[in-house]
Design a binder for this molecule. Structure first.
Ligand SMILES: [Ca+2]
Length: 295
């Protein structure tokens, strides 16, 4: 009974540790890399009936644009799938709505006073084609639409047929904003296709990735984990190799952040770190539960 109680207290402690710093690195965009297998097919009477869209993303069909999921690793930036957007001349649709517009179907919560780091990869056949990332802002549980806010990339991006990195800070327009949706848009005058991949967004307070990593559970609990592993041969045998592997990959990633690399490289390292953190979370949980059950 005592052990069982201890187990619950411990489980609660573990989840609260993971909830603190790691919340900062939490991905806020669903299916931003477009790799989810689940898709949806546009049905009639839309003119785009039959086109397949990625899960979590919606195309506004009242505009002249087209968008669809691309399943071709040779075209995409990462994985096997990405999103294609294209402006198409269409005399049957409204004259004043000549742009392609895709947005995330679910809004994400905006915390008062917070800023967000927005990143993605984009390429297009037409050099210099306009491309925009913006946000639809809401309050009253998403019922009240407050407006549209474009974000400016830190380095201007002029489309080319090479993948380019886009990074911007999104700061909600007013303290009233409770939720927002991520919007991608491309406009006239040309009709070349544009591809987008690896969309990501997380909270941002100016701290570098290296700082966030150093204050992560993975680093903060390192000494504690090592003590457990060296104090119990049984645990050492079971988890020693996993621990060594996780920490050597962590150290490697941290080393790659000195001196501070370009935002693109930091983005790549951050994704690797998040995958590592997921493995670490499971390892730390298993280790602590096993340690507690030992005499
Ligand atoms: Ca992808």
């Amino acid at each position: 009974m005592k052990t069982r109680m201890g187990f619950f207290i411990l489980a609660a402690m573990i989840s609260s540790v993971f909830a603190s710093e790691e919340a900062f690195l939490k991905e806020l965009i669903r299916n931003g890399d477009f790799e989810e297998e689940k898709v949806y097919t546009i049905s009639a009477p839309h003119k785009a009936a039959g086109l397949v869209m990625p899960e979590g993303w919606f195309m506004d069909w009242t505009h002249c644009g087209y968008a669809e999921l691309v399943k071709d690793p040779d075209i995409c930036r990462s994985g096997k799938q990405c999103l294609m957007m294209q402006y198409r001349e269409d005399p049957e649709r409204e004259e004043n709505r000549r742009f392609a517009n895709v947005y995330s179907t679910s809004g994400f919560e905006i915390k008062p006073g917070k800023k967000y780091l927005v990143r993605l990869w984009v390429k297009g056949d037409f050099p210099g084609k306009p491309f925009q990332v913006s946000f639809y802002e809401y309050r009253d549980e998403g019922k009240k639409y407050l407006g549209y806010l474009p974000v400016k990339p830190e380095k201007p991006v002029l489309l080319s047929n090479e993948w380019q990195f886009f990074q911007a800070i999104y700061e909600p327009k007013s303290p009233d904003v409770e939720s927002a949706r991520f919007v991608l848009a491309t406009v006239r005058p040309n009709t070349d296709a544009m591809w987008v991949d690896g969309i990501s967004m997380r909270e941002y307070d100016g701290r570098s990735l290296a700082e966030l990593m150093k204050t992560s559970a993975m680093e903060k609990e390192r000494a504690e984990n090592e003590k457990l592993l060296s104090g119990h041969k049984e645990l050492g045998d079971k988890y020693g190799e996993t621990s060594k592997e996780l920490y050597s990959r962590f150290n490697e990633l941290l080393t790659n952040l000195t001196p501070e690399p370009s935002p693109e490289i930091q983005y790549v390292i951050e994704k690797k770190f998040l995958a590592l953190l997921e493995k670490y979370t499971q390892f730390a949980k298993d280790l602590k539960v096993d340690a507690m059950l030992l005499p």
